[in-house]
Design a protein around this ligand. Structure first.
Ligand code: C5P
Length: 318
């Protein structure tokens, strides 16, 4: 997550994530599942532009307005959202209502802090939706960090993490601003790791998406859970072909039962010379790993030529 001041606006660039490992350890009394997962940010970003103004600016993009707030004197909070990725991959209408995680984060911050200050957010989406890439959680974390600064709330990292956990299980990973982490609990307990060797991914997102809740409803806790450690050891000793044998996503099987596009992508990726491939998070996006960017670009062209999916290349930071 990168913040920069541009005149009166605070601009945040916030990344997508991939899960190279995800194991289900059990179902919890609160209905969530206990996880062990390895998450990595990749170079596919949404951009959020925050401006504070007394009256919301007008724009042609889809927008919503929310002025229900801590007090009657609260200033408006508005969100405008447009697609900034490849034009032929636009997901259509983008959700800008009060249930958008950006608006929920702003509203929660306002309730928690008692501030009446308002904001206009311009969200440029490039991270595909309902994809298992955590675009919504990433935007949510960016909003908490940016508004804490812009509204001069002075909340600690710990307080932001607590608020983030109320908004989604993946939000904590982005708040920690680490490129890689092992995440446990329901995803909010973060063990930050350094960046391993540089990896290049071909990511394909079919037009269909999956609801995270639906995929978790279909999953089963592992009887003999795998550990993330062997994958971490292989990655951090630079043995990519060994790491490739240790990729795992326990949500892939239930996702395949719910959505045949995931099966189609698995078969398509299996025919190409990726080091390894699997679904990310709760899907439906599917990724293949390459050791070289040029090879990723060339395999992406092959994946793209055979279908109508949203296919792109993203690398980890060097
Ligand atoms: O936390 P988040 O809102 O992203 O989760 C969406 C849904 O996914 C939850 O309502 C829950 O049904 C399911 N989930 C789960 N176990 C987790 C994370 C999410 O069952 N660790």
């Amino acid at each position: 997550m990168l913040l920069r001041q541009e005149g009166r606006a605070l601009v945040v660039r916030t990344p997508a994530k991939l899960n190279l490992f995800l194991e289900i350890l059990g179902k919890r009394p609160d209905g969530y599942h206990e996880l062990e997962t390895l998450m990595m940010t990749v170079g596919n970003y949404d951009t959020l532009r925050f401006t504070e103004e007394n009256l919301p600016a007008h724009s042609s993009a889809s927008r919503s307005s929310m002025s229900s707030s801590a007090s009657d004197s609260s200033l408006p909070m508005t969100l405008a959202c447009h697609w900034g990725g490849a034009p032929n991959c636009s997901p259509g209408s983008l959700p800008t209502g009060a249930d958008n995680l950006v608006m929920r984060a702003a509203q929660l911050l306002r309730e928690f802090s008692g501030t009446c200050r308002g904001v206009h957010v311009e969200l440029t989406k490039r991270i595909p939706l309902s994809a298992g890439l955590a675009g919504g959680s990433s935007d949510c974390a960016a909003t908490l960090v940016a508004l804490n600064r812009m509204w001069e709330l002075g909340l600690s990292d710990q307080q932001l993490l607590k608020l983030g956990a109320q908004l989604g299980s993946d939000v904590a990973f982005f708040l920690r601003k680490t490129p890689v982490a092992i995440c446990r609990g329901r995803g909010e307990l973060i063990e930050p790791l350094a960046q391993p060797m540089r990896l290049h991914f071909v990511i394909s997102k079919p037009a269909s998406g999956l609801s995270t809740a639906a995929v978790f409803r279909h999953c089963h806790a592992a009887i003999e859970p795998r550990s993330v450690r062997p994958l971490v050891d292989a990655l951090y000793s630079g043995r990519l072909s060994l790491a490739a044998t240790r990729l795992h996503n326990a949500l892939q099987q239930p996702a395949e039962e719910l959505n045949s596009d995931v099966i189609r992508l698995r078969r398509q990726f299996a025919r190409l010379p990726f080091v390894a491939h699997q679904m990310s998070g709760s899907g439906t996006s599917y990724f293949g790993i390459c050791s070289q960017r040029e090879q990723a670009e060339s395999l992406a062209a092959q994946v793209r030529s055979t279908g109508r999916d949203h296919v792109f290349v993203a690398s980890t930071q060097s």
